[in-house]
Design a protein around this ligand. Structure first.
Ligand code: BEZ
Ligand code: FE
Length: 289
């Protein structure tokens, strides 16, 4: 087709695709370009606005490093990462939630009942639960990868005061599927807002805060790996998570208990006299496809 118009340009684009283009590529690329073209027509996109968009992408590329993923952050604050998560979350399993950029591989092993708080400050939290299949049976040998901020709102990789792997742990559950660990109550924190994504948040009158959370990745042979988070129900940002990660079944009450109620069988049993927080969070994994 030689004569391209604003009305036929989407069809022309599709006609340019080679006949043997992979069918999924044709579907995804075709839909993306159709929505891009419709978007430009709908808002009557100006040259200046188009240049601003391109400058945003260039700005993301300029600050991108192995430790800083500005494109992923852009996807997070636009809600795309969470939407993709929700599209592929199993209805009968625990909801998934954003991975975020602070997961590290090589976290140290943490025994069931182990302690991640160590000498770090902040309120003591005991988190425990059972990892189950969708019929309610415990999943023996499931692997739980845990990470979170310290009480200052910083992940270990952001904070020179912390050890490389502080508040990161890898736990393998026993026959009963139970996990348990002590840690510090995480706090709400801001996503990086000193780059182009921060400019977008400010331009839209949005804040960069996330509600406090514990991150989990749970893996077990024969089951779909689950990337998720747990949120306390009293967090001020629960209804305004800047990356849209909150789901109803991930919001839990952290119950304050007297030190005398601290259970046996934990690494720090016998050392707790002050009140502590307790959260029970069971996780359900879906069968692998
Ligand atoms: C996080 O929870 O670690 C996170 C998620 C998305 C963007 C930034 C941080
Ligand atoms: Fe996080």
């Amino acid at each position: 087709m030689r004569t391209v118009t604003k009305d036929n340009i989407t069809d022309v684009f599709m006609a340019y695709l080679a006949e043997d283009t992979d069918p999924r590529m044709r579907e995804v690329m075709g839909a993306m370009v159709k929505h891009l073209h419709d978007f430009a027509r709908e808002v009557n996109l100006t040259h200046e606005e188009w240049r601003t968009g391109i400058a945003f992408l260039e700005g993301c590329a300029a600050v991108e490093t192995p430790d800083r993923h500005e494109f992923v952050l852009a996807s997070d604050v636009l809600g795309l990462s969470s939407l993709v998560d929700m599209l592929h979350s199993s209805a009968e399993a625990t909801s998934s939630s954003v991975l975020g950029p602070f997961h590290v591989s090589g976290a140290p092993a943490l025994e069931v009942g182990g302690d991640m708080k160590r000498h770090y400050g902040g309120p003591l939290l005991l988190a425990e639960g059972t990892i189950r299949d969708t019929d309610g049976n415990p999943i023996a040998g499931a692997e739980l990868d845990i990470w979170q901020t310290a009480h200052n709102g910083l992940y270990a990789s952001q904070d020179e005061e912390q050890d490389t792997y502080s508040f990161h742990g890898l736990m393998t559950v026993g026959e009963d599927g139970r996990y348990a660990f002590t840690t510090v109550k995480p706090v709400e924190y801001t996503v990086p807002s000193d780059g182009p994504v921060g400019d977008i948040l400010r331009a839209c009158g949005r804040h960069p805060w996330r509600p406090s959370h514990l991150h989990y990745i749970i893996k077990a042979p024969g089951f779909k790996t689950l990337v998720t988070e747990i949120f306390p129900d009293d967090d001020p940002y629960l209804d305004h998570d800047t990356v849209f990660g909150v789901r109803d079944d991930l919001v839990m009450t952290y119950v304050e208990k007297p030190g005398s109620d601290f259970p046996d069988g934990m690494a720090i049993s016998g050392q707790v006299s002050d009140p502590f927080l307790h959260v029970e969070f069971d996780v359900v994994l879906a069968c692998a496809d």
